[in-house]
Design a protein around this ligand. Structure first.
Ligand code: G3P
Length: 214
């Protein structure tokens, strides 16, 4: 499964890239607003650090506006993927951009038919939001399973990118279900290599060796 980081913070992106296993980055308007930086400038900076896909969301919500912004975002770097909302206008923009060979990530996907429609329109990625579904008392992983099954039934090439991930078990379940990609906040990525038995086991190995050989 590919691992993307879900942030617009450059320090977090650099630290995650240093792990050597980072495949891409997703951003959104809320994440950029949190950083208080210019979106286009920050996207350029991110693309200098990461060579894999970098999702750049449009702010416009109408077809024409999305096309204008999407084409501009695509010019920032070769690895930019234009992020569009899973709406009717987003679907049309997805189709038009795939005909122009601009890769797209269809975001804010909350039900399986949105995922089926954007796959038919040639989306490169679809982003079902697990955590936000869990937040309203439903099961976000159900959506992931449904999309995986639909895509496998018909051989759609759109990659399933699990988004709105809140904790490591979301990532484990995504890997078991067969997600293509998980985009994960930095604070969750940092937990991936943690286990108290690893720490105590390592401590004992070193202590035993030092006791025997000094
Ligand atoms: O990038 C979109 C997505 O990952 C948002 O996550 O935590 O705001 O629901 P969250």
């Amino acid at each position: 499964m590919e691992l993307y980081i879900d942030t617009a913070n450059l320090d977090e992106i650099k630290e995650a890239a240093d792990l050597g296993v980072l495949d891409g980055v997703t951003t959104n308007p809320s994440l950029i607003a949190k950083e208080g930086v210019d979106y286009v400038k920050r996207l350029g900076e991110i693309c200098e650090v990461v060579s894999g896909p970098v999702s750049a969301e449009v702010i416009a919500t109408d077809f024409d506006g999305m096309m204008t912004e999407g084409r501009d975002r695509a010019k920032i770097a070769d690895n930019i993927v234009v992020k569009l909302p899973s709406t009717v206008d987003g679907l049309k923009a997805c189709k038009a951009m795939s005909e122009e060979s601009i890769r797209t990530n269809l975001t804010l996907c909350f039900q399986p038919l949105q995922a089926m429609m954007v796959a038919k329109a040639g989306a490169f990625l679809v982003s079902p939001f697990i955590g936000r579904i869990d937040d309203i008392g439903a099961d976000g992983m159900d959506l992931i399973r449904q999309i995986r099954e639909i895509y496998d039934n018909y051989g759609y090439s759109t990659q399933v990118l699990a988004a709105s991930i809140r904790h490591p078990m979301h990532v484990v379940e995504c890997a078991l279900v067969g997600c293509d990609v998980a985009t994960v906040p930095f604070k969750v990525i940092k937990q991936f290599m943690n286990h108290p038995l690893t720490d105590s086991g390592l401590e004992k190995f070193v202590a035993d060796y030092q006791k025997a050989f000094g």
